[in-house]
Design a protein around this ligand. Structure first.
Ligand SMILES: NC(=O)c1ccc[n+]([C@@H]2O[C@H](COP(=O)([O-])OP(=O)(O)OC[C@H]3O[C@@H](n4cnc5c(N)ncnc54)[C@H](OP(=O)(O)O)[C@@H]3O)[C@@H](O)[C@H]2O)c1
Ligand SMILES: O=P(O)(O)OC[C@H](O)CO
Length: 307
């Protein structure tokens, strides 16, 4: 295929892993981060694809910085961030689309623990956009024998799957940290998916998307792997550490901590029932212990499985 010039913003674990995948396919990749040597303007020059792998806390600020530089009108934006903006509750793709209304925006999300991808272990992901041609170009750029990329027409569903599973991964870490067993874990992850779908539908996402790689797939990966930073938050809190102690030693970003706070506000505002998110929030706030969170979930009013 034709070689593409790609600017990757964010040189953390995920930005570097994605840069390596595109470079291995022969594309010209420039990486930018606050600590790097190159200016944002240099990195953006002639970029056909601009991929953001910035943590949620920096997305709005970086999007506004990018607005001050000239870009080709055909530049495709790709967002790989899994979070929600605390001030606006916008998703990263909504932030990029608002800043660049005339450019195609593609969401890249899936069960993608970067440490495994860096070892060239097989993995799959999803690129989702309302612009099919843009999604297909991004699919070509990153596809390889060890990284299988699917397209999807539901960007908000794909994005929310990756974002909301982080809260469930914190809960799954608690579940494993308390040694609650396989039945408990299966119940938690399954009810977690129900909660994710309930929230996702209120955002206009398709239910079907949450049964795919970016929903169930990422939920399974993150809830079952000690490589997940979000899982580690829950696991270590169940072992008696405070959130501050866990975050002090955590390598990289655990987006679920911030997402949980933002989501709870959104759920309360829209009257959406989010029992797992609520208990994770209270645990992160230090209001309850992991055992109390478990009791709260087990002692809720009994009800039909679906309603
Ligand atoms: N790691 C994974 O396995 C993985 C997989 C899929 C998706 N993701 C998602 O990708 C995003 C990044 O994750 P990561 O693992 O790469 O995190 P990370 O290793 O902590 O790196 C975060 C990156 O964001 C940058 N950043 C943070 N705040 C910023 C700000 N205010 N302005 C500019 N840049 C800022 C950091 O820059 P500095 O280096 O200058 O601090 C760094 O380059 C997260 O949303 C995560 O959920 C991660
Ligand atoms: O390390 P985590 O918990 O941010 O998870 C990384 C990816 O989102 C897994 O797909």
């Amino acid at each position: 295929m034709q070689k593409t010039t790609i600017a990757i913003l964010g040189a953390g674990a995920w930005g570097v892993a994605l840069a390596n995948l595109a470079t291995a396919n022969g594309h010209q990749v420039r990486l930018w981060s606050r600590r790097g040597g190159q200016t944002l303007q240099t990195v953006l020059q002639n970029a056909q694809i601009l991929l953001s792998a910035i943590s949620m806390q920096g997305v709005r600020e970086v999007a506004s910085q990018v607005q001050s530089f000239p870009l080709s009108p055909t530049t495709i934006f790709v967002t790989a961030t899994k979070g929600l903006d605390p001030q606006t509750t916008l998703t990263p793709s909504q932030i990029w689309q608002t800043a660049f209304p005339h450019h195609p925006v593609v969401v890249l999300s899936g069960p993608n623990l970067s440490k495994e991808i860096e070892q060239s272990l097989p993995a799959a992901t999803v690129v989702a956009s309302q612009n099919q041609a843009a999604a297909e170009l991004v699919q070509m750029v990153f596809s390889s024998p060890c990284f299988r990329v699917y397209t999807n027409p539901d960007p908000i569903g794909v994005e929310l799957g990756g974002t909301l599973k982080n809260i469930m991964a914190i809960a799954a870490g608690v579940c494993d940290g308390l040694h609650l067993g396989t039945n408990a874990k299966a119940a938690l992850v399954t009810r977690g998916l129900t909660e994710i779908i309930r929230i996702g539908r209120s955002w206009g996402a398709n239910t079907e998307t949450f049964y795919g790689l970016s929903g169930l797939g990422d939920l399974l990966a993150t809830c079952n792997s000690p490589l997940s930073r979000n899982y580690q938050v829950g696991y270590q809190m169940a072992s008696g550490k405070t959130l501050t102690e866990v975050l002090a030693d955590l390598p990289g970003t655990a987006e679920g901590v911030n997402t949980c706070r933002v989501l709870l506000r959104h759920a309360q505002h829209h009257s959406i029932t989010v029992p797992i998110t609520e208990q994770v929030y209270r645990l992160l706030q230090g209001e309850i212990t992991p055992r109390q969170a478990l009791e709260e979930l087990m002692l809720r009013d009994i009800k039909p499985e679906y309603n």
